[in-house]
Design a protein around this ligand. Structure first.
Ligand code: HMG
Length: 389
């Protein structure tokens, strides 16, 4: 069986950003709570004419431009910010990317977890036909009620990756561990734009699910905790990764502690500290940050610990491929983050409220995005997407 894994990884995020200190001031909270307690300094905010499709297309376009479209027969679109109950966001994405007719496009949902299900489904398709390359896109916008403790844990972004044989970035190892338990820690009924969350119980549900997935990973031949070099956790806020990692080490009686544990996760947080929670994309922003950090990780074992409220977790590992740095998109990614326009609190609040439309069947959006595609609005209940150039 040839090696299968991630061949390319690219991301996109909102045109705007807000510093969490501005939200702290409105809420009358010490800004150190967000910066040190949550590990977040700012978060991305979408323009009026951006949504999960425009973000996904902006993330995936550099991949198809670099690798070509040939052999891409499947798009797996992972999101929990669905824009339609029936039509897959993957079909809009398929057109924007200019892919041919002989492609399947579907959407997958299970809170923040479904991108990792998509990774596994993609690997299975590629194992069946090694000529196939599968495009996985994770794209989400995290929205909570304004003025609640969850508000500083919003964010938005999309990460796209190509799953192939003989991948250039990370070769997946065969073992993976999964865990499902029906809990009500976070959910979003169809009539709501914002999620309902029981914050404290969501943290313990996350830790229990990741520990359960790790136990299954080990039982199926996965590496021991101390044989794993770096850990990419789902990061609803970056301190969550530290909490989860320490808890896992403690439960497994690892010989590592303190700074040794921090060193295994520190490089995974650079992007999420600035983007906020991007739900399905978050764990892949962690992987991107790790692979684009200064340290050379060639040949090292990296874990992906994926969690989606509700709840499902998966723990898997892979090995970083020699030459992976030649594929790095670090400069483009840094440019993208630096180019975001800073909003003040008032402008951010106005944008947050703009998702509520008087007539959701017909409206136009203002031209704001700096990305390659825009969501022009809704006409007779049909969403309109177009290139910006
Ligand atoms: P909160 O009420 O702000 O929490 O809610 P807190 O009062 O416990 O404070 C948070 C931390 O700040 C604490 O640190 C405080 O000590 C510290 P900890 O004890 O946890 O180590 N703190 C300070 N630090 C420095 N200086 C200060 C200061 N004051 C306090 N002055 C909560 C926090 C995360 C619960 C809230 O933001 C929330 O509900 N967020 C949304 C839910 C969430 O993100 N859950 C995470 C796990 S579930 C998950 O990851 C899935 C998810 O992504 C959804 C999906 O799967 O689709 C959410």
């Amino acid at each position: 069986m040839p090696a299968i894994g991630i061949d390319d990884l690219s991301f996109a995020t909102g045109t705007y950003r807000i510093e969490l200190a501005a939200i702290a001031e409105r809420l009358g909270v010490d800004p150190a709570k967000f910066e040190h307690g949550l590990g977040q300094v700012e978060m991305s905010v979408l323009a009026e004419d951006e949504d999960i499709v425009t973000l996904a297309a902006a993330a995936a376009l550099p991949i198809v431009e670099r690798a070509g479209r040939e052999g891409i027969r499947t798009i797996l679109f992972a999101t929990e910010t669905g824009i339609d109950q029936s039509k897959s966001a993957g079909v809009y994405l398929h057109r924007l990317l200019g892919l041919g007719d002989h492609v399947r496009a579907v959407e997958l949902k299970q809170a923040c977890y479904s991108g990792t299900a998509a990774l596994q489904f993609a690997a299975a398709l590629v194992a069946r036909d090694p000529a196939e390359r599968v495009l996985v896109v994770t794209s989400d916008v995290a929205r909570y009620e304004l003025g609640t403790p969850a508000e500083p844990t919003q964010g938005a972004g999309a990460a796209a990756f190509l799953v192939t044989v003989e991948p250039a970035l990370v070769e997946l190892e065969p073992a993976s561990g999964v865990f499902t338990r029906d809990v009500m820690d976070f959910w979003r009924p169809n009539h709501r734009h914002t999620a309902i969350v029981d914050g404290k119980s969501s943290i313990s549900a996350y830790i229990d699910a990741v520990a359960g997935a790790f136990e299954d990973y080990r039982a199926r031949g996965g590496a021991a905790f101390d044989e794993i070099d770096r850990f990419c956790y789902h990061q609803p806020f970056t301190r969550m990764a530290a909490k989860a990692h320490r808890q896992l080490a403690e439960r497994l009686s690892s010989s590592r502690d303190g700074a040794a544990l921090d060193a295994q996760i520190d490089d995974t947080m650079g992007y999420n500290r600035r983007i906020g929670n991007s739900y399905t994309a978050s764990v892949y922003f962690a992987l991107a940050a790790l692979l684009e950090a200064e340290e050379d990780l060639t040949g090292r074992r990296v874990a992906i610990a994926s969690y989606g409220s509700g709840s499902v977790a998966e723990f898997l590992s892979g090995v970083v491929v020699p030459g992976y740095r030649e594929r790095s998109r670090v400069e483009a990614h840094e440019r993208l983050l630096a180019a975001r326009t800073l909003l003040d609190d008032e402008a951010y609040l106005a944008l947050q409220r703009s998702v509520q439309r008087d007539d959701p069947s017909n409206y136009e959006t203002q031209r704001q995005t700096s990305g390659p595609f825009r969501f022009a609005g809704v006409r007779d209940d049909k969403r309109i997407y177009e290139p910006t150039a």
